[in-house]
Ligand binder design. Structure first.
Ligand code: UT7
Length: 359
């Protein structure tokens, strides 16, 4: 049996922090509301492009796996906030890391893009199409955020992480996947101002308006993720007690608690970092995976349950059996350029640039 296992991991978090108190400078909100409704205390605002974050995360993941970039056969970049539609972001990373033998594609299922990318790459490895793949989940949402809307502006942040996936004959790696989508309610999470249909209609690119039916998304997210988790547990003949760690999409602490409860797993077997970064869409699960490893929460041969939901409304879950190694083989010296501005200054810049553009 040819399996696909994670052998390298690396994150790239932009350094500028935007706290709940910072947001209260320009929106009618407060730390108490944001923390109690979502669990989020702060998020990051990137001063660099998505491609740059992806490149640094990729270099760290490759060093961790001890794999040269030339040995990659495939790069999958999961994102909905690509720098450019053509050429795609994966090809930019391919060029910058020198992965000259790799195919490169973007996958967009919003917040589940990394999970969809992971399943795609793992299936290609199992089929023998590729041997070594790099799966990235990254998002640069801050320039696309409607910073005048307190209903969404408090929820999101920027970030990126990458994982190296390699073929193995050992009994480890991705064991089951479930992908789904509630297309019939796709309009409950919709961003006006991104994409072709807005051209020639007076929209300035990035001056967005978000349709975001929070409570409906909340309910669908819990049902979709729970269904996906049950499916992969059943497929593996496993029960809740067999799960060593849940690594869920980090959108809202209350959603995470509801999903974990339905899965029959206690919160001490769930990794949470939503308080540090908010919802980074496609980046949440890979960043959580990296931090769980850094914090020693993933033991050799652990059974990990990954799950997420996002625009579409897409949802997904994977059962992943970790290998023996939980520490990096090497470290990369790749790093971001210094950031001269605070998170608040960058967001105020976006507000000023967009002000009045829709009138
Ligand atoms: O990856 C996909 C991302 N999607 C999600 O994560 C969405 C899932 N949904 C949620 O996380 C929650 O529904 C929210 C956090 C978005 C909202 O929480 P809620 O408990 O469902 O609040 P609500 O929408 O019922 O709003 C309650 C009140 C409203 O005021 P009134 O009408 O009761 O007077 C809102 O206007 O809270 C008000 N409100 C705020 N107040 C202070 C909404 N946003 C804010 C805010 N600060 N930022």
């Amino acid at each position: 049996m040819r399996n696909a296992t994670i052998t390298g991991w690396g994150k790239c978090m932009p350094p500028a922090v935007l706290s709940n108190a910072d947001i209260a400078n320009f929106l009618d909100t407060d730390d108490e509301w944001i923390t109690s409704r979502t669990g989020i205390r702060e998020r990051r605002i990137s001063h660099v492009s998505l491609e740059t974050m992806g490149t640094v995360a990729a270099q760290r993941a490759l060093a961790c796996a001890g794999l040269d970039a030339e040995r990659l056969d495939l790069i999958v970049f999961g994102t909905c906030s690509f720098d450019q539609q053509v050429p795609n972001t994966a090809s930019g990373v391919q060029k910058r890391i020198g992965a000259v033998n790799a195919g490169a594609m973007d996958v967009n299922t919003a917040c589940t893009s990394y999970l969809y990318g992971l399943t795609t790459a793992a299936a290609m490895i199992s089929q023998g199409v590729v041997n070594n793949a790099l799966v990235i989940g990254g998002e640069l949402i801050s320039p696309l955020m409607d910073w005048t809307d307190r209903g969404v502006a408090v929820l999101f942040g920027d970030g990126c992480a990458a994982t190296v996936l390699q073929a193995t004959d050992k009994d480890e790696g991705l064991r089951a996947s479930k992908l789904g989508c509630y297309g019939e309610v796709r309009e409950i999470l919709l961003v006006h101002g991104m994409g072709q249909r807005y051209a020639n209609r007076g929209w300035v690119n990035g001056d967005t308006q978000w349709v975001f039916e929070g409570q409906e998304i909340f309910k669908r997210a819990v049902v979709g993720m729970s269904q996906a988790c049950q499916t992969v547990l059943d497929d593996c003949g496993m029960g809740p007690d067999d799960v060593d760690l849940v690594v869920p999409h980090q959108a809202n602490l209350r959603i995470i608690e509801a999903v974990v409860k339905r899965a029959g797993v206690s919160m001490d077997r769930c990794f949470v970092n939503v308080h540090r970064y908010g919802n980074m869409s496609a980046a949440t699960v890979p960043v959580a995976l990296v931090e769980a490893l850094e914090e020693g929460r993933i033991k050799p041969h652990a059974n990990l349950l990954l799950t997420g939901f996002g625009g579409g409304l897409s949802w997904a879950a994977q059962m992943l059996r970790w290998g023996e190694r939980v520490t990096p083989l090497g470290e990369s010296d790749a790093t971001l350029p210094p950031c001269e501005r605070s998170g608040l200054e960058m967001v105020q810049g976006y507000l000023a640039a967009k002000h009045g553009s829709r009138e």
